[in-house]
Design a protein around this ligand. Structure first.
Ligand code: ZN
Length: 68
């Protein structure tokens, strides 16, 4: 008989039930990224980030873009 704790590492005392496992995973799914509409060009971009389409942020152009 193998004495637990001497030859084996620490192990959970009991199996986690399907219900508890599934409840833990309720927060695992990724939520869709929130996007805001650019006030300059109307494209969607991440909030509090420079618009990747036109390079505007805070009502002015802060990054040069190749399209302009
Ligand atoms: Zn834009």
């Amino acid at each position: 008989m193998i004495e637990k704790g001497k030859l084996m590492g620490p192990l959970p005392k009991r199996k986690i039930s399907k219900g508890r496992r599934d409840r833990r995973r309720t927060h695992d799914s990724l939520e869709p990224k929130s996007l805001v509409t650019c006030s300059n060009c109307g494209e969607k971009h991440l909030p509090h980030r420079v618009c990747l389409h036109c390079g505007h942020y805070g009502g002015r152009q802060v990054v040069e873009t190749e399209e302009l």
